[in-house]
Design a protein around this ligand. Structure first.
Ligand code: PEP
Ligand code: MG
Length: 581
């Protein structure tokens, strides 16, 4: 008999579509009510040893977890626990706690939680992603120690089981990988935005995800029954018994729903109502279970975000390691195209401490192509690996975050050098390989004319282009209302880029989230975009819209939209168009 708890429905921000039902597993409990308790002098020593035991148990638990993560996934998931081990065993901090216990005669859990709060306070003011990660790690460790101190014991890893819906403050891309390995049915976070990399990665793994649900940690408890609608951002907590039983009966179907939906896609190419072919491709972060479905449907890859290779492994993979991956992905998709983007690390796609450079403003700092040009050994390894995998002729090379012509020329110089080397070594590659650039920095969009004559294609990264044009951090939940790729300023830059590209006879792809938004699709087609590349989970919705579009009407729509001056009016117009289809 299922205990009948009160049903409630809460709404967050949809980040990855799909419906799932399962049991909640709250990963970090933020508010642990620890009572202020005074200890008799004779019990002080005992309090110290309770603290030592709790820390020892935490370290044992962490190392167990480290091993599991290492063997099952490897790389960064295991490394996350390295930093947690360091935090848990921080002698200076533990001495501070002990001294306070001696001084105040308060319980170990009370003093420990007080000291943790003191440590977190200054960090919490920081918006630096490294600091945010540090906060998450400290919270994770302290929660474990406090569990032992309050007699709750080990947070049971076996509970990370099949039916879990994971609830947390924020999960890093690596952690999402770990949750995927644990068959996460869905993910719910109190922070984050739909454009964060956490969201992108759960989309690529087709895990229904809702973010920015501030009340989640107050309303959801581990063990609660949940229904998650990742499309609408709705969470039903403890649904009535009959609804729950009905859904549980469909458990397997629910879990596989997003993949099943992909299997129902038509075989590509897609055509509009007036029979015009529209190129649609998929964005992939981590080659995986959906590649087979995509290639069977003759869907190519418009954007392969290779930085996830680094995030997965926790270090820069060698040329040979990369060659092996790129070659097998190119083979899997052949004869469809595979657009490989060179590492776009830095800022929100943050590096491990050992490789990171501390910056005050990482989004405007050492990231993307800047980091690659700053470390030509790593860049060359990657270019050589891509070139070596290009022998079938279906690989295109894409450079991220290009700002201006000198930067482009430097990158092209490196590519030429790698080609000369490979030729000397007698290695084969596609000497006609097409090289394109991401248009995602306003300076590139503004000077698109200059850049277009030097490359083979443009790929508009509407996520970053929006972030930089509107000065609105794509991961900042407070700015979700401002961050909008349909802003007239962003549309003007997109239009400018398309005009410049077509004047120079090169094609344009849009590969940001915008291209998977059914509202924006008719507009992009009307603007003359040559290809839309999107998260696989968005392919079904977009292909339906495309089949209903008449190209001439979408061109008229684009003309009208470019005259509008506010996001509100633009969205209204697009909504009306969508309803008329
Ligand atoms: C973009 O910025 O729109 C893009 C596709 O690149 P990423 O999301 O990987 O930054
Ligand atoms: Mg980008």
């Amino acid at each position: 008999m299922i205990e009948d708890k009160k049903t409630s429905i809460i709404k967050g921000i949809p980040a990855s579509p799909g419906i799932a039902c399962g049991i909640a597993r709250v990963i970090y409990r933020w508010e642990q009510s620890i009572e202020e308790r005074t200890i008799e002098s004779s019990r002080i020593e005992n309090e110290m040893s309770r603290l030592d035991t709790a820390v020892d148990n935490t370290l044992k638990e962490l190392s167990k977890y480290q091993k599991t993560a290492g063997s099952k996934i490897g790389g960064p998931v295991a490394k996350i626990f390295d930093s947690q081990v360091l935090i848990a065993s921080d002698a200076e901090f533990l001495n501070k706690v002990k001294n306070e216990i001696k001084k105040t005669h308060k319980s170990a859990e009370y003093i420990y939680s007080m000291q943790v709060e003191k440590t977190l306070l200054p960090l919490q003011r920081s918006r630096d992603p490294y600091m945010r990660q540090m906060i998450t790690d400290i919270e994770a460790v302290s929660h474990r120690v406090l569990r032992y101190l309050t007699g709750q014991g080990e947070s049971d890893i076996s509970q990370f089981s099949k039916d879990c819906i994971f609830v947390g403050k924020f999960f890093t891309p690596a952690e999402v990988l770990g949750l995927f390995e644990r068959n996460a049915r869905a993910i719910i976070t109190t922070e984050g935005s739909p454009n964060s990399h956490m969201a992108l990665i759960s989309q690529s793994l087709i895990i229904p995800t809702v973010v920015g649900l501030r009340q989640a940690h107050m309303k959801i408890r581990s063990g609660d029954r949940l229904i998650v609608d990742g499309e609408k951002g709705l969470i039903t907590i403890n649904p009535p018994d009959d609804e729950w039983k009905k859904l549980k009966g469909k458990g397997a179907e629910l879990k596989e729903l997003p993949i099943n939906r992909l299997k129902k896609l038509p075989v590509f190419p897609l055509k509009t109502k007036d029979n015009i072919k529209i190129n649609v491709a998929a964005n992939i972060n981590i080659p995986g279970p959906i590649d087979k479905i995509l290639s069977e449907h003759k869907i190519g890859v418009g954007l392969y975000r290779t930085e996830f290779l680094y995030l997965q492994q926790g270090h820069f993979p060698s040329e040979d390691e990369q060659h092996e991956v790129y070659d097998s992905v190119a083979k899997r998709y052949y004869p469809q195209e595979l657009v490989i983007r060179t590492f776009d690390l830095g800022s929100d796609k943050f590096l491990k401490d050992k490789d990171a450079i501390k910056e005050n403003n990482p989004a405007l700092g050492w990231r993307g192509i800047r980091a690659s040009l700053g470390n030509t050994r790593i860049f060359k390894d990657q270019i050589r690996a891509i070139l070596r995998a290009s022998i079938r002729g279906n690989i295109k090379l894409l450079l991220p975050m290009i700002t201006d012509l000198p930067e482009l020329k430097r990158a092209q110089g490196q590519i030429k050098r790698a080609m000369v080397e490979l030729r000397k070594e007698g290695r084969e590659f596609d000497s006609g390989i097409k090289t394109g650039i991401m248009i995602e920095v306003p300076s590139a969009a503004i000077t698109a004319d200059i850049l277009a004559s030097r490359v083979d294609f443009f790929s508009i990264g509407s996520n970053d282009l929006t972030q930089y044009t509107l000065a609105a951090d794509r991961d900042n939940q407070r700015l979700v209302g401002l961050f909008n790729s349909l802003h007239p300023s962003v549309l003007t830059l997109i239009k400018n880029s398309i005009t410049a590209a077509h004047k120079n006879n090169i094609p344009v792809t849009v590969c940001g989230e915008m291209s998977g938004n059914p509202l924006a699709v008719p507009l992009l087609i009307g603007l003359g975009v040559d290809e839309l590349s999107m998260n696989p989970s968005q392919l079904n919705g977009v292909s339906k819209v495309i089949s209903k579009i008449e190209t001439e009407k979408s061109q008229l729509l684009a003309r009208d939209i470019l005259k509008l001056v506010s996001v509100r009016d633009i969205e209204k117009k697009l909504m009306e168009f969508n309803l008329s289809l």
